[in-house]
Design a protein around this ligand. Structure first.
Ligand code: 5RP
Length: 220
């Protein structure tokens, strides 16, 4: 019996075929990205990597990948990461794992970003998934009110107990529907206290989606 995890693994393994010797690879975060990290480790290629989370860095080291400090890196060849939702226009929501800020930074530094997912993540229109917003703890109440007044119902993830790798809290916006995601992303970036969000509107170059064991590669 095939499970969504089999499709995550198949999508990850297909994307890992893009990894070449000598590349600097950006490692995403989450269960699908973990399959990619394991596949890169198994391939035993001479690559260096930067990680988008402490969890991915730990896993990468466990499987024998050399992880370098991203603070010393200004350019990445290829990043492979997961998504929570992606539409036909390569607009995506990420951050269920809370790593969206580092994921966005590493994606911005990457010559190419490919995402990997099981078929349930491919949607006609993004907005069904919660939209995570990373916020400096000092600004929790202020940003919550700003998000509520503008566009969505707000939940403080884990009641504020779980912090991101950057020491910040995550506000999850539910029901964030808009006709203009670019405008919403632009507005989010202007709210003091917001340091990141899970809207990836222009970063993604290609997607490997596996449904019922069949992997489809979509190129922007
Ligand atoms: C973490 C992410 C993940 O890539 C995204 O949530 C997908 O996770 P999974 O592969 O476990 O379904 O953005 O911040």
């Amino acid at each position: 019996m095939r499970s969504p995890d089999d499709d995550k693994r198949l999508a990850a393994e297909a994307a890992v075929a893009e990894v070449g010797e000598g590349m600097l690879i950006g490692l995403g975060t989450g269960s699908t990205a973990a399959h990619a990290i394991q596949a890169i480790g198994r391939a035993g290629m001479a690559i260096d990597a930067v990680a988008t989370s402490e969890a991915s860095a730990r896993l990468a080291r466990q499987v024998g990948i050399k992880v370098v400090d991203f603070a010393r890196v200004d350019r990445v060849d290829l990043t492979i990461d997961g998504v929570d939702e992606i539409d036909d226009g390569f607009r995506a929501i990420k951050g269920a794992g809370g790593a969206m800020l580092r994921e966005k930074i590493v994606a911005a530094a990457s010559d190419r970003m490919v995402v990997i997912a099981d078929g349930s993540k491919k949607v006609a229109a993004i907005g069904g998934a919660r939209l995570p917003v990373e916020v400096v703890p000092f600004a929790t109440a202020y940003v919550s009110a700003a998000l509520r007044s503008m566009f969505c119902a707000v939940h403080l993830r884990d009641g504020g107990k779980t912090l991101t790798d950057n020491g910040n809290i995550v506000l999850d916006c539910m029901g964030a529907h808009t006709d203009d995601w670019d405008r919403l992303a632009g507005w989010l970036s202007t709210v003091p206290g917001v340091v990141g969000h899970g809207l990836f509107l222009s970063e993604i170059d290609a997607a490997y989606i596996s449904a019922l064991g069949i992997v489809t590669r979509l190129e922007r």
